[in-house]
Design a protein around this ligand. Sequence first.
Ligand SMILES: O=c1ccn([C@@H]2O[C@H](COP(=O)(O)O)[C@@H](O)[C@H]2O)c(=O)[nH]1
Length: 607
Amino acid sequence: APGPGAARHALDADGDAAAWRSPPVLPVPTRPLPWGDVNFLATSDTHGWLRGHQHNTWPEPNYSGDFGTFASFAEHMRAQADERGVDLLLVDAGDHHDGSGLVSTSPASAVAADNIFAQLTYDVLAIGNHELYKYESALDVYEHNQKGRWAGRYLTSNVNITVEERGRAVSVPVAERFAKFETRQGRRVTAFGVLFDFKAHDRNLTVQAPTKLAREAWFLDAIAEAPDFFLLVGHMPGRGLTSEWSPLFDAIRALHPTVPVFVFGGHTHVRDCVQYDDRSIALVPGRYLETIGFVSSSLPGAEDDGGALDMNRRYLDANDVTYQYHTGTDEDTFHTPVGRNISSALAQLAQELQIDIPFGTVPHDYFLARHPYGHPRSVLTLIAEKILPEVLEDQKRRGPRIIIGNAGTLRFDVFKGPFDRNDELTVSPFTSAFLYTRLPAFLATEVFAEMNRAGASKLLPTTAREDVEARATRIYNDWLADQWDEHVAATLLGADDDALAFGSPDKKPHTLGYVTRDACKGRGDDIPHIPVPFSRDQVDFIMSPPPDAPDDEVVDVVVMDFAMDDFLTAVHTVDPTSKLTLDDFEPYAEGTLVNAVFGKYASREWE
Ligand SMILES: O=c1ccn([C@@H]2O[C@H](COP(=O)(O)O)[C@@H](O)[C@H]2O)c(=O)[nH]1
């Protein structure tokens, strides 16, 4: 049976009552978790998906558990850990903001959603880049931390905020810089919370590069004494050339060659795992409350020979079938009071925000990345060719125009069936506005091509590493593309997907989902899946169809404000003599933000 969230749109998939009567059947896990002396449950990049995934188009049902059922799961897991005499810690690597109606309706709704999030006790949390695009978001984290929302466990080792204290502006850590605490089994932990060297943050916020953090006197002081293990939670990738963990890890290893180090990353939205050495493990637990990461490890005994520890990981699909299998519970015994409270608080918040009222009914699925840009069922094509040209209206400017925006503003698929404000904010949560200038049509088209050639600058975790696979969206897309290409190649070769079948024909995958290849031993995915189709032909920027005007005609060129710096850079690359600056732009369709264009279109075209 699907989780509670799946029911809401049970009519969506086929638009008839049959879908309601036969909700998707989820596969049951078959491998118990490999518990160790210390165990972790990890989330990251939840982006407000606290009500779980509510549509029936696959692979959505895999992720139908809401944050309340996750809380019930975590509580049962904690109780199991106590019974076994081992530790279980909960960690989260940031990016709570931007992504659903709960967190993206307004700053106040994001605060309310985070207050519900905080009903589940976490051991360590870190901040993400989406908490820093707007000063107010970071200020909220700062103020609620001061009021004890996360009980001293929200760690911002390298992120400061400028606030007013006694009439003076001072730069202070957004929350705690580090934490030292004891687990329930009495193990001493030293923990940090780190963000990658993020540049696109708002004013009055500071992010220190992890390389610099690793040289800070306070950091060296904090790691001087050996704990039973180090816990590094942070919003950055776990491995590859992009990994920014190495300076911190190296600083720890220089002092403590054998103390276990557990790293929990995020930002890239992938499932990933690597061991830096045989006493450390780094895990990235996906995105959007789709995946719960599980890590377990043996710990050195009294007579430590310094040898390898037994470290394991598992990626759990976030649904009630998974949760009940791994806790030996059933529908009657699974839900805990905290879990139920969280689920009903989320439902009540959604009701108050009025995000479940449909604008219209989508005739068929549109996918963010299953089709190439230009395909009629691509969300990118939909917004560029249909939605923006139709709903972006400026009463004073009726002439020909070209509209350019960043594809990163679009975050999810649009599914067949009722389309409501929650769906709208899910696909496009950002409050980007539109500005226009006047340029020859051919120049705008060339600038658009140059923007895609250069790529979106704001995706770079570090500007110094432009030439590597450092773009978070690219890492996620490449990960999906590799899964799909491998599946297609295997199918063409006539292989029977044995690699995915967990060695047994009756366990052959039959549902779409993630098929993870990472750098840790054994199989990470709890459930074997068939990968989701993916097209590599994606773009960083989208453009409306050029107007029916001569190439050299000067037209309105409308640009989404978030893409403005990349637009101006591209203008000066294409035409080095251009003097165009931001001052040459005026507001266009004032008051229309990108997070409201889908709803407008749905009310008109999908009613
Ligand atoms: O106002 C905004 C803020 C961000 N974006 C885009 O979001 C992604 C980054 O998101 P991650 O979840 O951290 O990967 C990037 O594509 C930004 O361009 C935006 O469009 N508008």
